[in-house]
Design a protein around this ligand. Structure first.
Ligand code: AMP
Ligand code: ZN
Length: 457
């Protein structure tokens, strides 16, 4: 079954188009907007990145790892990063390096595959300036009195195709403080002229005829994706809040500059909520991965909880959902230990991937996984199970040391064994011990009872 995914532009489910299999160089190109590195990424941000990681894994399973090229940028210069550097009185690079390092640690803990390229906006200033110069030459951009450069929205009649925003709404939504320098309030900044009181020492030479300054946020992604993936990307994704204006503006810039379709497929995942409102840095209502690890939860359980809801529906985060995730992970762990390492007769866990292929339906994938487990399929093999776990990105071996509560099935076996031992039925007790070990637990006997511990690897 082909990988079908909702396309935000056509608002329909569409098969992701395969790269041309006859062309050895053809790869599937995937660009995902990355984090703004001025503060910790919260688990809401990671919902987006983990969902995108599942997409990357499915693409690899579908086309082969060598046929997928995944780029995720780092926004290391924009209003927020500059604002944070100013607040702390530290150089911009110090701030962004610090938060990038922590972001990478969290990505690794959550078992996200490393993108093939992770460009920084500051590393691609030349490419952004070049693009702005092309837009100026083509008449899609103009220099304002203060030396900033703006995109002239009226030159791109297709604007609003992604968000379906109408001209009237645009006038209201897009009003900004420095509208004075613009021809129209809907025009957006490609290049922001240096302001000493705001920008500290952050500035680069500008596009031809413009003032020194820094790029606008939107042009960063247009330039980095063009430099690393070419003029047309197969798949572009991000959280739903990026749809407008960020992605709408990326389309306008890229298509006017390159004269061709920017992205063949657009995918947006929905937000993680806390108490019914979006988790966000500005609201301060967020958990970081570190907060949760410090409370004894494991990273695989956090990943599981982030995938427990359909990615295109909002998901309310609760600690109860994490408890449930911990228990699910323990069950998976115990089950895996019972599986033979023999060759596949049939791909028993294929329904898990099929659910994911149907618009990345992660809750249906978990449903399929546990249905198969509960059926105790005799054909199930470790290889087939591991393929399903690879698609979901669940690394069971990374589960927390805090996972000291055995699943109820194991506790039941332990109770039976304890009773057998009390009855001096040692043959039955030994047989039950083997079953418990196979489920991934060891039973340690004491004079007056027993404890269960996960089997050490
Ligand atoms: P930022 O670091 O703010 O640029 O955001 C990085 C990514 O996280 C973007 O794709 C956002 O759309 C996404 N994002 C922000 N808040 C949330 C949230 N509460 N739930 C899911 N994704 C989010
Ligand atoms: Zn972007």
């Amino acid at each position: 079954m082909a990988l079908r995914l909702h396309d935000s532009l056509t608002r329909r489910l569409q098969d992701l188009r395969r790269p041309n299999p006859d062309d050895a160089k053809d790869v599937f190109t995937f660009y995902c907007c990355g984090p703004t590195v001025y503060a910790p990424a919260h688990i809401g941000n990671f919902r987006t990145f983990v969902v995108n990681d599942v997409l990357r894994r499915l693409l690899e399973l579908e086309y082969g790892a060598a046929k997928v090229r995944h780029v995720r940028n780092l926004t290391d210069v924009d209003d927020r990063t500059i604002g944070q550097a100013k607040k702390e009185g530290r150089p911009l690079g110090d701030i962004t390096r610090h938060w990038t390092k922590l972001f990478h640690e969290d990505c690794a803990a959550l078992n996200c595959l490393v993108p093939h390229a992770e460009p920084t906006a500051t590393g691609y200033i030349k490419e952004q300036v070049n693009m702005i110069e092309v837009l100026l030459q083509k008449g899609n951009a103009y220099r304002a009195a203060d030396g900033s450069v703006y995109f002239k929205l009226s030159t791109f009649p297709e604007y609003g195709g992604l968000s379906r925003i109408r001209e009237r709404e645009l006038q209201v939504t897009n009003t900004v403080a420095d509208a004075d320098h613009k021809d129209s309030v809907s025009d957006f900044a490609l290049w922001k002229a240096y302001k000493p009181e705001e920008d500290g020492d952050v500035r680069w030479p500008g596009p031809d005829g413009a003032a020194p300054g820094r790029p606008g946020w939107h042009i960063e992604c247009s330039a980095m994706s063009k430099a690393l993936l070419g003029d047309t990307i197969d798949l572009h994704s991000g959280g739903v809040d990026l749809l407008f204006p960020h992605h709408e503006n990326e389309i306008a810039q890229s298509q006017c500059c390159n004269g061709t379709t920017f992205a063949r497929h657009w995918y947006h995942s929905e937000h993680l909520l806390v108490d019914g409102t979006t988790m966000s840095k500005s609201k301060g209502n967020y958990y970081t991965l570190r907060d949760l690890l410090d409370q004894g939860y494991s990273a695989p359980a956090v990943r599981y909880a982030l995938l427990a809801g359909h990615p295109r529906k909002q998901l309310n985060f609760t600690l109860d959902s994490l408890h449930a995730a911990e228990s699910a992970i323990r069950t998976l762990h115990a089950y895996r230990a019972t599986l033979p390492t023999t060759e596949d007769v049939n791909d028993v866990f294929r329904p898990v991937q099929e659910a994911l292929h149907d618009d990345l339906n992660t809750p249906a994938a978990f449903g399929a996984l546990f249905t198969i487990i509960n059926r105790r399929e005799t054909d199930a093999t470790r290889a087939s199970f591991d393929r399903a776990l690879f698609a979901l990105g669940l690394d069971l071996d990374a589960a927390s040391p805090a996972q000291t509560t055995a699943p109820s099935a194991v506790t039941a076996l332990a109770e039976q064994r304890w009773a057998a031992k009390q009855a001096k039925d040692f043959a039955a007790a030994d047989a039950l011990r083997k079953e418990i070990t196979a489920a991934g637990w060891s039973m340690l006997d004491r004079k007056d009872g027993y404890t269960l511990e996960p089997v050490k690897k």
